[in-house]
Ligand binder design. Structure first.
Ligand SMILES: [Zn+2]
Length: 81
């Protein structure tokens, strides 16, 4: 499987002409999707996620995560009583 290239907050900031602070804020409020590898304090961002963010959209992973969350929580809603 080919892994998509990952970019740092600095690289994204430069590519989209935002400040690195703005990029970090977006990651924190989840308007920009990024990965933070365990044990690391550096964010890594996929190009398509940054692309979606810069045009005010959610990346494909966002919808996927929401769906997975629903699938995970759905069985818990059922209660045998
Ligand atoms: Zn994404």
């Amino acid at each position: 499987m080919k892994k998509p290239p990952l970019y740092t907050t600095g690289e994204i900031a430069e590519a989209y002409r935002r400040s690195e602070y703005t990029v970090r804020l977006a990651l924190r409020d989840q308007s920009l999707h990024g990965e933070k590898p365990t044990g690391s304090n550096r964010w890594l961002i996929q190009e398509q996620c940054a692309e979606a963010w810069s045009s005010g959209k959610k990346c494909p992973h966002y919808a996927e995560n929401i769906r997975l969350m629903h699938e995970k929580t759905a069985p818990k809603a059922k209660r045998a009583s």
